[in-house]
Design a binder for this molecule. Sequence first.
Ligand code: DX5
Ligand code: ZN
Length: 228
Amino acid sequence: MSFDRKIKIAPSILSADFANFGQEIRAIEDQGCDWVHVDVMDGHFVPNLTFGPAMCKAIRPHIRSVMDVHLMIAPVDPYIEAFAEAGADIITAHVEAGPHIHRTLQAIRATGKKAGLAINPGTPADVLEPVMDLVDLVCVMTVNPGFGGQKFIHSQVDKVRNLRAMIGDRPIHIEIDGGITPETAPLVAAAGADVLVAGSGVFSGGSVAKPEVYGQNIAAIRKAAEAA
Ligand code: DX5
Ligand code: ZN
């Protein structure tokens, strides 16, 4: 994975057909997405349950691009190895998930994977500062994590701008997760984001039988972001 700040669209398979992940992933990649975002939820850190390392391992052979695994679980550390072995390229943990984010990021890096730091809407940007040298990606939540299809929280745009200034020339991606549409994408792109996660924004209206809708949705978000 080489580093660049071009806009990347990362559809969240949380909004895909759960009985058909292989075909859904092929469809979004054929239709031009850049990364595949995988939302892992534990019913404890967030009020929803999705899937674990075994499911990640099963879908890995279907992903040709980047497997971006967003862990919404607490504790995190006991499971890092399993998600690394499942084939994640990026493993992102929440700063709110426990008292030892520094140790968690070290543990992710120790597996040879890229390390991401996710920040909930109620958490300030400055949590990045002390762990900056351990982070490859900061994921700014623009909804409260747990569900797809929620409304974008506009107050987070200033946070993105602050993070972008804090990061400077360092090779750290700014990823935005939640409520991304062609209307909200330009706001965060202008503030300095380069990775846009979109669940409902990519999958709504389409299916593996109508993959061109995914392509239109991806292109509309990308075009709006690039024009910002
Ligand atoms: C929310 C997840 C997101 C979510 C995004 O907890 O982390 O990745 O699926 O979905 P949309 O784009 O529908 O807000
Ligand atoms: Zn996510």
